[in-house]
Design a binder for this molecule. Structure first.
Ligand code: UDP
Length: 317
């Protein structure tokens, strides 16, 4: 296959490029480097089958060759208002990537009769009232909250993807990605795993927002990429949750990272950093992925953190 990957220099986009180049496919990587990092693709430059186009997906996308699949991963994705990459600091670009970017990427898929895969998110469930979250849950989202620029853009992107599937018969897939971590995350991404690991490596206390009892479920990147590849290979057009169903509080995560890095500095609690818009719990119900894709995560949190810590050690130098 020749595969167009938008957001290719991002954390997940770059791992997808690696996976598909390794499987012997041709990859056309696309990114405008607003939040993507060229370092994530540097090792692929010059490899047979790999090419790169610098482009903002919210403008018309011209691809010089026929493509067999389009994977739309371009979007800011960090909710942290303190990060320069946070979508609350890039609100218009985030809505454009989800709306116009998805429209353009779907247009490429339609013109090429190619498969299309949308990177959607657990954020479409908002601050969920149903737990764990099944794909059938409609979500609990504030249309004007600070996270809305991301959540609503992705909800629109899902609707547009289904419209292209139903109306134009495009062969679409939708993956709802839950919290994922691993090598390749930006140092100033601002999400919890990069923050905690860097604080721990500097011997500082880990900053817990709120009471630390809020939960997330963390999936190691190799498990996630395997799930996405399986979804692309499947015939499933409805959304599929991909994530790790093991749920941890932020205190448990912080304590694990302090233990694995031998950081004696402990934890520090900071109030109200996310101004009441922080989902209190999040865990995927992965029954659909298990049944349809025969997929489930294999890497435990401890194993995944042990693979991620050395990346941050190198990147911080
Ligand atoms: N969080 C934290 N300390 C940090 C960064 C994040 O306690 O330095 C918390 C945050 O309030 C949230 C959870 O960790 O409850 C996960 O946040 P993240 O930014 O990783 O992404 P989210 O899952 O909210 O999209």
């Amino acid at each position: 296959m020749r595969i167009l990957i938008t957001g290719a220099a991002g954390f997940l986009g770059s791992h997808l490029c690696d996976a598909y180049v390794e499987q012997g496919h041709e990859v056309i990587a696309m990114d405008n480097f607003i939040t993507g990092n060229p370092k994530n693709l540097a090792h692929l430059a010059g490899k047979p089958g790999f090419s790169f186009i610098r482009q903002d997906v919210s403008n018309f996308i011209f691809v010089p060759e026929k493509v067999d699949a389009v994977l739309h991963f371009a979007s800011p994705a960090s909710p942290n208002p303190k990060s320069p990459y946070g979508y609350t600091n890039l609100p218009i670009q985030t809505m454009k990537a989800g709306a116009m970017g998805t429209h353009n990427a779907l247009g490429v898929a339609k013109a090429n009769k190619a498969k299309f895969l949308l990177a959607s998110t657990s954020e479409i469930y908002g601050d969920p009232l149903e737990h764990p979250q099944k794909e059938s849950y409609y979500g609990h989202v504030d249309t004007i909250g600070i996270r809305a620029v991301y959540d609503e853009a992705k909800r629109f992107a899902e609707s547009l993807t289904m419209a292209y599937h139903r109306f134009h018969d495009v062969d679409t897939r939708i993956v709802r990605i839950f919290n994922t971590y691993g090598p390749g995350m930006n140092l100033d991404d601002g999400r919890v795993v990069p923050n905690f690991i860097q604080q721990a490596l500097r011997g500082e206390p880990l900053t817990i927002y709120g009471d630390g009892l809020q939960t997330r479920s963390f999936c190691y990147v190799s498990d996630l990429i395997r799930g996405i590849c399986a979804l692309l290979d499947s015939n499933e057009h409805l959304p599929v949750n991909i994530g790790n169903p093991v749920e941890n509080t932020m205190i448990e995560l912080a304590e694990a990272i302090n233990r694995l890095t031998n950081n004696p500095a402990g934890l520090v609690f900071k109030k109200d950093a996310r101004v009441g818009d922080d989902p209190q719990q999040r865990r995927p119900d992965i029954t659909r992925a298990k049944t349809i894709l025969n997929w489930e995560p294999l890497v435990s949190l401890e194993e995944g953190l042990l693979k991620t810590i050395p990346y941050f050690e190198r990147a911080m130098k």
